[in-house]
Design a protein around this ligand. Sequence first.
Ligand code: NAP
Length: 460
Amino acid sequence: MSKYESINPYTNETFASFSNPTEDQIEDALNLADALYHKWQHESPQTRATQLEAISAGLAAHKEALAMMMTNEMGKLLSEAREEVDICVEICHYYAVNGPKLLEPTPLPTSLGHAYYLKQATGVILACEPWNFPLYQIIRVFAPNFVVGNPMILKHAHNVPSSAALTAKIIKQAGAPEGSLINLYLSYSQLEQVMADKRVQGVALTGSERGGTSVAQEAGKNLKKSTMELGGNDAFIVLDDADTTVLENVLADARTYNAGQVCTSSKRMIVVESQYEHVLKILKQVFSHLVAGDPAAAGTSLAPLNSQEATDKAIKQVKSATEAGAKVYYQYPEIKHPGAFFRPTILTNIAADNPMFDTEIFAPVAEVFCVKDEYEAIKLANQSNYGLGSSVISADIKHAETVAAKIETGMTVINGRWITAGEIPFGGVKRSGYGRELSPLGLMAFVNEHLVIDVTDQNR
Ligand code: NAP
């Protein structure tokens, strides 16, 4: 891990840096969060739902400040940063409206008596989050756990500490009780210490396989529940009967949104022969029309990556792909700017023995595969250690649904690219992790399903 620093990847300016907390600060944070958990046990979810609605309004009121901070800190387009705030406002609203009802006891029909299970808070949750959606990644864990009554300690990525601080400040100003979201700039060893603490009951991590493996291991060692939202190498399957307009609309940003730094970005385009040349042409059209520049400027459509380190890594990955036989179908012209820009690239001819065949490239690199038919498309889609998202493009919805059901993945979007909202779940299988965030499933991630049964009453 590097230091907690805010470095603008467009200007290379370091505009803030932060120290790890002291032992006393960690102890105070744990005490505060734990005390709130015990206080919340005596309050109804409806009280927190009302506060969450105010938090939703608070985020909306500070949309520009939040969006600008994300753009400055990790380089995303300002327009996309604004969309991110909108999604978070909606997620808070979703849980504020639906949380209390979803947390009502569930009856259990049984001949053994009157039975039901309660959905109770379990205690303090640790959230370990990545930089690619600095606000959204926090809210995905914070909003459901807030309604449930689980206070949250946040360890955000080392390169978005200012976004973490601003989010915590806005949430507090909106009326969230002290201790409901505590932002700490923890080192890896401090994170282990917090995870081992008996006041902490679970850890939610979103990030890479590397981060997920170490944190899941540590959680397992301490018998703490965990959810892991990890990387992906998502298949974007184009079938024979794909509609051209749909295809053009979806490809317009399926691989370029957030400069390709999306876990569910369409990384592997798997295209049946009849559509192959057509898809390549559309992608080239999209990639070559991107306008590199200041991510805060209205006309820019190609932002820098989040750091120079990320750009160097992606360049190395493309080199390694081509050295192993992949062909460059298109590469964006040289970008003469000191920012962390990466030249969007379209690769073809990636054989199964290419080291990049099943490696996640976190940058605008489209890997396009040509297959004979849909059976080969499904086979290739499943030839991956990952299983996060996927897309199926077909004008025949029944056909698309049949193909979707055969993909080993957590999410499939028909005739669209990745999508997210409060009411739909997010998560994967295989090395993309386990557990779900968002929707009613995400609400239950750190809930105690507490069985209560009255065995004297067998008639109810
Ligand atoms: P990362 O390195 O794993 O970092 C994620 C978080 O884990 C950061 O806070 C990081 O802290 C921390 N971390 C990493 N290694 C750790 C360790 N050994 N011990 C303790 N904490 C550790 O992930 P990234 O590369 O920044 O993020 C991009 C990855 O996230 C991609 O693979 C992407 O696909 C995935 N992602 C998945 C989802 C999803 O929902 N499935 C969503 C978004 C992104 P530091 O920053 O301090 O190292």
